[in-house]
Ligand binder design. Structure first.
Ligand SMILES: [Cu+2]
Length: 141
């Protein structure tokens, strides 16, 4: 094979390999498994009460009630947000947010799209301390 042709072929193969690597990176970001965070709920607190994740992270909160039924409802707008059009947390299943079922662990899947502090609270009236049963999700930039 002519030397110039061999060179050209090498360049083409390198370019193809580079494009392939980029495509693989994009695909893995889209399909990557969520970061699973276990949250336990009991009268009248969540553990942990403060959860930290990174911007862009795909998160699954698994809420397990220890004593009686509790659940999480999380604000989809960060604290102090003025623009209520763009949600900061993008839920796979928005209806799951605040939905509580007896003896079923709640799974909340979302992408932490915008940095900020998001309040969450107990989604089930569970007794005298229900209103102080709350926590924070902090999305770090
Ligand atoms: Cu409650």
């Amino acid at each position: 094979m002519h030397r110039t042709m061999g060179w050209a072929l090498t360049m083409v193969l390198l370019a193809v390999a580079a494009v392939g690597a980029v495509m693989a990176t994009i695909a893995s970001a889209q399909t990557s498994a969520p970061r699973v965070i276990e949250v336990s709920a009991k009268k009248y607190e969540f553990a942990p009460t403060e959860i930290h994740v990174k911007k862009g992270e795909r998160v699954e909160l698994r809420v397990h009630s220890v004593d009686e039924t509790h659940g999480i409802k999380i604000d989809v707008y960060p604290e102090g947000a003025k623009d209520k059009k763009a949600q900061g947390l993008l839920f796979d299943h928005p209806e799951a947010n605040g939905k509580v079922e007896k003896n079923v662990d709640q799974a909340l899947d979302f992408v932490a799209a915008e940095p900020g502090t998001y309040d969450f609270k107990c989604a089930k009236l569970c007794g005298m301390g229900h209103r102080r049963m709350q926590g924070k999700l902090v999305v770090e930039p």
